[in-house]
Design a protein around this ligand. Sequence first.
Ligand code: RB5
Length: 145
Amino acid sequence: MKFYIGTDHAGIELKDYTVELLKQKGHEVVDLGPYSKDRVDYPDFAQKVCQSVLEDENSKGILICGTGIGMSMAANKFDGIRAALCHNEYSAAMAREHNDANILCLGERVSGEGMIEAIVKAWQSSSFEGGRHANRVEKINKLGS
Ligand code: RB5
């Protein structure tokens, strides 16, 4: 699987850690920044990751900020993006299995490294179940259009 990842300054400590976790699992990871700890605006990096995911079929995205809230709000403005803010591995697995979430949002100030590792492992190893969930996801996709 190919992953695009982006953060703001409040999520940058976890970015390298998360990139390494994904690479260890054999995934390709594209780091869309930022590349320093200077203050930045999270919507700018949400936009980079969302546009890349939308243009690259079968890829997924990870967005990290302090809480994960701003990133999830920004990402869900994009038609075709289903971003899920997850604080535990159960939510991460369900976001893939039931909601076909294509972006995982994480909060560096909320979740520590151990929980982030569990969340990322659950996320990357889970797949959309389809079936009864497919119709619901299709209804999400049609909302607002
Ligand atoms: C930055 O201070 C912080 O507001 C941001 O990282 C994020 O938590 C917003 O939702």
